[in-house]
Design a protein around this ligand. Structure first.
Ligand code: HEC
Ligand code: HEC
Length: 431
């Protein structure tokens, strides 16, 4: 964008004009063509700079206008809110003459409270301290609780070590392994330690102690000196171990949907039955709960009723013997309540006052190891008699007449359906 001399001369005024007219005079005096062209060059530069400046000024004016518009908008908004008296976030009323309460805080008062130190080092007082000094101060003022090497005495907090334990069951969270910002160490120590004598440390002592704590965490060598100058350069070991909590933006909306209240799961898995858990043992007797584990017990899978199913009701099927009618099994479980005080069944079942009844059908009579049977049972065992369905039915109907002299004090099951049910139930624990 080359401009001829006269074009530029015309709009310029004052000192520049003077200089230019001198230039013209010089030119007229015919000092040679190259002199003129060099002057022309300089003028051209000046005009480019002027253009630049004008451009910037326009930009800034635009920004200013934008900001002014925003301020006006915010003020208008505030006025509307104040007028409608809405919300708890209203601005405090501004009374020009004041309320006659209190007085302005003094600068020194504010300074005494304003001791926080931020991660970038803002708020730090000037000062410095090295590891050696830190070791001395720490030994004198901190070691009684935190140990000579910051390892912690008894149950006082450990300040060093514990690296790479954060994902363990018992993480050791120390300044070294856990704290993400050095400013927290400085601020915490300066603000609240030594315990019971808070805020007695000078800035230099605090710098030295913090240097020493870093040293005991092997994060610096023994030559290290910490000061307000190098403070913000130091990066903590676990600096990246913290996340910004963005749940309000990312998750709250999901949680605040209407909760599902029916037919929310395609299938329901029962992992434990109250019977096996023996939550409230009859007669306050031994509880199998002491030994029961969720995976010990048979698993029942109940299909949730589909919304349009007629008659409803969950169909339960014992996975161990899928052919058995679940209703029969359920009533067998009920009948077994009469036996439960003396017998256990299911995986891990132990002998109680009666023997455990797993795999009963097909099992020789009187065969459970470690159980002390009566003579009649010992004899039946000797004869090689086996529990089959008939034997079991007859025994359970009238124990005392089927096995004269048995020590099982149970009068017997009178109802046919109870007998059928208990057999089905016992069979579900293996034949
Ligand atoms: C009388 C015992 C005692 C003395 C002396 C003491 N502290 Fe402590 N310190 C504590 C106790 C107790 C806590 C835990 C306080 C809490 O959790 O509220 C603690 C916590 C800390 C922590 C935070 C530990 C963490 O992981 O949460 C640091 C850092 C610390 N002290 C540094 C120091 C320094 C440096 C000194 C010496 C200037 C010192 N303490 C002197 C008892 C003491
Ligand atoms: C008051 C305790 C008690 C009650 C209640 C009881 N039993 Fe017994 N049961 C025993 C005792 C004790 C024995 C061992 C009998 C013997 O040695 O004479 C036994 C033995 C048995 C046996 C033989 C086991 C084997 O190893 O040969 C079976 C089967 C049996 N009971 C089933 C049942 C059933 C089913 C019920 C419930 C309907 C029941 N019992 C109720 C105490 C009881």
């Amino acid at each position: 964008m080359s401009k001829s001399l006269s074009q530029i001369v015309l709009p310029v005024a004052g000192g520049t004009a003077l200089a230019l007219s001198v230039a013209l005079v010089v030119a007229n005096l015919d000092y040679g063509q190259n002199k003129i062209s060099s002057l022309e060059g300089r003028l051209e530069q000046a005009s480019v700079r002027a253009d630049d400046a004008a451009g910037k000024a326009r930009e800034e004016a635009a920004v200013t206008a934008e900001l002014e518009a925003k301020i006006a908008e915010i003020q208008a908004d505030a006025r509307v809110r104040a007028a409608s008296n809405s919300g708890l976030t209203e601005y405090a009323p501004n009374k020009e003459s004041g309320y006659g309460l209190g007085r302005k805080a003094r600068t020194e008062e504010i300074a005494a409270w304003d001791i926080d130190v931020l991660p970038d080092g803002r708020g730090l007082p000037q000062g410095r301290g090295d590891v050696f000094t830190g070791e001395e101060v720490f030994a004198e003022k901190c070691a009684s609780c935190h140990g000579d090497f910051a390892e912690g005495v008894d149950n006082w907090p450990v300040l060093a070590g514990g690296f790479d334990t954060l994902a363990d069951k018992d993480p050791v969270k120390t300044v070294g392994s856990y704290w993400p910002h050095l400013s927290t160490v400085w601020d915490y120590v300066h603000r609240s330690m030594p315990f019971g004598e808070a805020q007695t440390l000078t800035p230099d002592e605090t710098y030295a102690i913090v240097a020493y704590i870093l040293y005991s965490n092997d994060l610096v060598d023994d030559e290290f000196e910490l000061s307000h100058e190098n403070f913000s350069d130091f990066e903590m070991y676990n600096k990246v171990g913290f996340l910004i909590d963005d749940r309000p933006e990312r998750e709250y909306a999901k949680w605040s949907n209407d909760p599902c209240m029916e037919n929310c799961k395609p299938s329901v898995e029962i992992t434990m039955r109250a019977t096996f858990l023996d939550v409230t043992p009859e007669n306050g007797g031994e509880s199998v709960m002491n030994d029961a584990k969720a995976d010990d017990t048979p698993t029942f899978v109940a299909k949730a009723a589909t919304p349009d199913a007629t008659g409803g009701g969950a169909e339960a099927a014992a996975t161990k013997s899928p052919a058995v009618d679940p209703a029969l099994l359920a009533s067998g479980e009920k009948v077994f309540k009469k036996c439960k005080a003396c017998h256990a069944v299911g995986e891990g079942a132990k002998n109680k006052s009666g023997p455990q009844l797993n795999g009963l059908i097909g099992r020789p009579m009187g065969a459970v190891e470690g159980f002390k049977y009566s003579r009649v049972f010992v004899a039946a065992h000797g004869e090689g008699r086996i529990w089959d369905e008939t034997a079991l039915t007859e025994f359970l109907a009238k124990p005392k007449s089927y096995m004269k002299g048995t020590k099982m004090s149970f009068s017997g099951l009178k109802k046919e359906e109870d007998l059928a049910a208990i057999k089905a139930y016992l069979k579900s624990f293996g034949e």
